[in-house]
Write a protein that binds this ligand. Structure first.
Ligand SMILES: Cc1cc2nc3c(=O)[nH]c(=O)nc-3n(C[C@H](O)[C@H](O)[C@H](O)COP(=O)(O)O)c2cc1C
Length: 158
């Protein structure tokens, strides 16, 4: 299977989480491409059997307002590039990183679920939400690897 992981990160934990997934899926015999949302064009997604979207939750600060619980900035821009595109039948997996001390815990993952629906994709597996990645990196990487393995089972059952 050809898999792309599209991630949005500010302080690198979403990328490190993506690398753990990439390792699990590559070891299982898949071709896995890891890309920042900053660099991906919508038409590139059609080359993959499974598209994985991952973003941290952040704030968006404009001169007029302060918006909490947002997708990472590169993912917001990628989402804008996806506007009007449809990917019927294409399979998507979703994960988010956050910190449960915030009111809108991992809400970026909810934005990604809505995005996949908006572009007509099919979500496979459950959304993964990771709390405070670097506070317990070992336990969180274990959780991510277990999710990544389970995801392969969910994809093959479809
Ligand atoms: C300014 C700021 C705003 C944040 N807002 C939220 C939030 O609303 N909800 C949440 O769950 N986590 C929030 N976080 C926590 C980050 O999502 C979390 O630290 C995440 O692991 C960062 O991912 P990254 O290293 O890939 O950028 C915020 C962190 C910062 C520094």
């Amino acid at each position: 299977m050809k898999i792309i992981i599209v991630y949005g990160t500010n302080s690198s934990s979403t990328r490190v989480a993506s690398e753990a997934m990439q390792e699990v899926w590559s070891r299982a015999g898949n071709t896995v491409v890891l890309r920042s949302a900053h660099d991906v064009q919508p038409e590139e997604l059609t080359a993959f059997d499974l598209v994985t979207f991952g973003s941290c939750t952040w704030e968006l600060i404009t001169p007029k307002r302060h918006f909490e619980g947002q997708l990472q900035q590169h993912f917001i821009e990628f989402k804008n590039r996806l506007a009007g595109r449809q990917f019927p039948g294409r399979r998507f997996a979703i994960f988010g990183l956050g910190d449960s001390s915030y009111t809108n815990f991992c809400i970026a993952a909810n934005h990604l679920e809505a995005l996949v629906k908006q572009i007509g994709g099919t979500q496979v597996g459950q959304t993964l939400r990771v709390d405070s990645f670097f506070f317990d990196q070992d336990a969180n990487e274990k959780k991510i690897r277990a999710w990544a393995k389970g995801l392969l089972t969910a994809v093959s059952a479809k």
